[in-house]
Structures are given as C-alpha cells and as structure tokens.
Design a protein around this ligand. Structure first.
Ligand code: BV8
Ligand code: ZN
Length: 250
C-alpha cells in the first residue's frame, strides 16, 4: 500500500501538514460534495452555499444546513479521523487543516485543527458578527435571530467569500514549513484551500495523497495511495509505528 520511503519519511518527520476534505467524513456517513450521493445532488453549490442564495431565500438555505447538521449529529468519527488524532500524539508539529465544516476531527480528539471553511455547528450574526453554537440559537420563522435583532447565518465560508485570513495564512505557513504533507479525501478543486498542498510541493516537502481517485494534485506529488481514508490511514499508522519500533532513533 505504501512505499518503504513513505513509511520512513513519515516515521521520522517532526513537522507534518495534513489537508482533509469531505472524503475523510464519507465513511462516517456524511455525503461528500461531488460524489454519487453528493450533497449537491439536488442543489448546485452555487445555488445554496452562497451569500446571494442566503439573501434570496434564507429559510431554504437554513433548511439545507439544518438537514446537514442532523446528518452530522447522527454520525461518529471513523477510523480515518481517529488515526489522524493518534498521529498527533507522536508527531511534535502536526497541523491538521480541514476544508470540512462537520467538526468530526475535533470530536475524534485532534487538537491542532485549522477549519479553513468554518464550522456548520456555529452560526454568525449578519449584523454584529456575534457567533453562537447551534444549541444556543433562537429561531424565528425558520431562521436564527441574534440578540441585536440581526439574522444569523451558518458560520461557514460560502462560495465567493474570503476564507478567514489568519487561519489561511497559518495553513500556508505550515505547508511551507512541513517536511511531509498528507492530502486526504479532497478533490483538490476548491480554491484557495486546494493550493495549500501546492505550497508544500513547492517547498520541497514529501507529499502523499490518499483518495479513491486521482486529482489535479496527483501528477505533482511523491506518492498517491488509491483507497479509502478509513482503511488506509489506520494501516499507515500501523506501519509507521512498526518501523519506529524497529528503528527507535527517528
Ligand atoms: C473565494 C463551506 C473569492 C460551505 C465550502 C474558477 C476557478 C478557480 C476558482 C474559482 C472559480 N470559480 C469560482 C472560484 C472560487 C471558488 C472555487 O474554488 N470554486 C470551485 C468549485 C472551482 N472558491 C471560492 O469561492 C472561495 N472563495 O474564492 O473567494 C474572493 C477572493 C478575494 C476576495 C473575496 C472573495 C470559497 C470556497 C469555500 C466554499 N465553501 N464549504 C459548506 O460546506 O456549505 S467548499 C466545500 O466544497 C467543502 O468545504 C469542500 O472544501 C469543498 C469540496 O471539496 P472536497 O472537500 O474535496 O469534497 P469533494 O466532494 O469535492 O471531494 C471529495 C473527495 O473525497 C473526492 O475526491 C472523493 O474521491 C474522495 N472520497 C470519497 N470517499 C472517500 C474519499 N476519500 C477518502 N476516503 C473516502 N472514503
Ligand atoms: Zn447580532
């Protein structure tokens, strides 16, 4: 499944940057964006995950986000999430950048997480920018309202919106400083998040991609492992641990 050099590189690395996409939550039962049972099947991304869609029909947009929140509440992190959380225990500087808004990395125990597209379980006031966790929202006529009277929106980054600058800069810096980068379960299409592994490529890091299908990133990296994150990641962790036990010096 993995080359000897990949196992050695990852086993010795002190600085790892991980980018995950919807694919790592697929085995938990959270539909991906573009897959056969993709979230976008009924709607196009441009139709719902945009400021215009929210301006035109906030109740429809919130229906879609509440539907997704219900799915996320009903699922558990899968062995792929858990393997990344376990990895963080032994790698001194591991940064986990996720495009996902489902919060499953935090629920699986990962700590150093950068959520570049926000978090669906939080809402933000369109007027005063106050944020609230989902279970503290006050709903009126199909949308949550803020104490200030403003309408609240899901605290996620929509198409056409900028990513949180601070978080994105941290992700790019981590990509430029890492010696190993893992790109997992992402179609590597959505910018600017998709360019994070490119910064690692340009900085000369060892880049390994785990995905059931190749992506625009695949031709430019050191190793492509075709497979599901929930199967591949626990096996990767096992082989790295085995290699480290055989050769204790990093
Ligand atoms: C911005 C939060 C401008 C909301 C999301 C043309 C060219 C280039 C760019 C653009 C363009 N036209 C428009 C743009 C910009 C646009 C963009 O990149 N569009 C794409 C579609 C071309 N980007 C933006 O709009 C960004 N903002 O550019 O602002 C700007 C600039 C300056 C100043 C002001 C404004 C904002 C993008 C963020 C959008 N928000 N999510 C929500 O969730 O509701 S994006 C959303 O889609 C997800 O968060 C995720 O990031 C993305 C989907 O990507 P993936 O995660 O990769 O998911 P996907 O389904 O695509 O792939 C899943 C993969 O998993 C597949 O490869 C599959 O094979 C694999 N898989 C399946 N099962 C498994 C698996 N892998 C492992 N294991 C498995 N079991
Ligand atoms: Zn407010």
């Amino acid at each position: 499944m993995f080359s000897e050099s990949a196992i050695k590189k990852i086993g010795r690395s002190e600085t790892i940057l991980i980018l995950t996409g919807a694919g790592i939550s697929a085995e938990s039962g959270v539909p991906t964006f573009r897959g056969e049972n993709g979230l976008w099947k009924k709607y196009k991304p441009e139709e719902l995950a945009t400021p215009d869609a929210f301006r035109n029909d906030p109740v429809l947009v919130w229906e879609w986000y509440r539907y997704r929140r219900d799915i996320i509440r009903s699922v558990e992190p899968n062995p792929g999430h858990l393997a990344l959380a376990a990895m963080e225990e032994t790698v001194p500087n591991l940064v986990l950048v996720t495009q996902n808004v489902d919060g499953l990395h935090a629920r699986s125990g990962s700590k150093r997480i950068l959520e570049v597209h926000g978090n669906i379980m939080r809402s933000r006031c369109s007027q005063c920018a106050r944020t609230l966790p989902a279970d503290e929202e006050t709903w009126r006529n199909g949308v949550p309202v803020c104490e200030c009277g403003g309408m609240m929106r899901p605290d996620v980054v929509w198409f056409g919106e900028s990513l949180p600058r601070q978080v994105l800069e941290e992700a790019f810096t981590a990509a430029e400083e890492c010696d190993v980068c893992l790109s997992i379960g992402t179609s590597a299409l959505v910018q600017p998040a998709a360019s994070i592994p490119w910064h690692a490529v340009q900085a000369g890091a060892y880049v390994l991609e785990i995905n059931p299908e190749s992506t625009p990133l695949t031709p430019h990296i050191q190793e492509f492992v075709k497979g599901k994150a929930g199967i591949v990641l626990p096996e990767l962790l096992r082989q790295v641990r085995e290699q480290q036990q055989k050769n204790p010096g990093r």
